[in-house]
Design a protein around this ligand. Sequence first.
Ligand code: GTP
Length: 184
Amino acid sequence: MPQPKHRKIAVIGYRSVGKSSLTIQFVEGQFVDSYDPTIENTFNKLVNVNGQDFNLQLVDTAGQDEYSIFHQSHSMDIHGYVLVYSVTSNKSFEVVQILHDKLLDMVGKIQVPTVLVGNKKDLHMERVIKPEEGKKLADSWGAAFMESSAKENETAVELFKRIILEMEKADGNAPPEEKKCALM
Ligand SMILES: Nc1nc2c(ncn2[C@@H]2O[C@H](COP(=O)(O)OP(=O)(O)OP(=O)(O)O)[C@@H](O)[C@H]2O)c(=O)[nH]1
């Protein structure tokens, strides 16, 4: 059995887009309805993807806007990024693009393992960003894209599985085919 791989992932985006809710849904399997702005929280979870164990450290960062100073700690020893906007907020979609630019500037690379996530897809009546817009943006970054709802455990699991696969790809370990993702 191969040793577990340690991977650190930062969850980044505008305020109130659901960064904490997605992380808690993945780690604890529950949806938090209340809104409590995050300063910064770190969570750990052991996951098995395609037969490999991953010891994940998830950094749920404080909500940022276009004026926030991008902390250097968000670029140090981070292996992958989950960039979140809300499909109900134009502002969050604008901000996620600015944050991606700042991120690349900070790490000094043209590409980093990233999943762009359009969260709150369950709020159909309030949707203002179409899935195609998110997909187009992610394609322009060379990133993976998906929409999620932090109310559903499956999309939160899928999201973290996707970022693991992006990090593996960046390490030259692209899986031949998608297999089961088992959580422990
Ligand atoms: N309907 C719905 N509500 C959501 C979803 N995700 C988060 N919320 C709600 O949106 C609010 C903000 O969620 P948080 O997870 O605290 O957002 P955040 O991005 O961590 O916020 P900051 O800490 O300010 O950056 C909370 O009331 C959540 O219950 C979702 O997918 N669907």
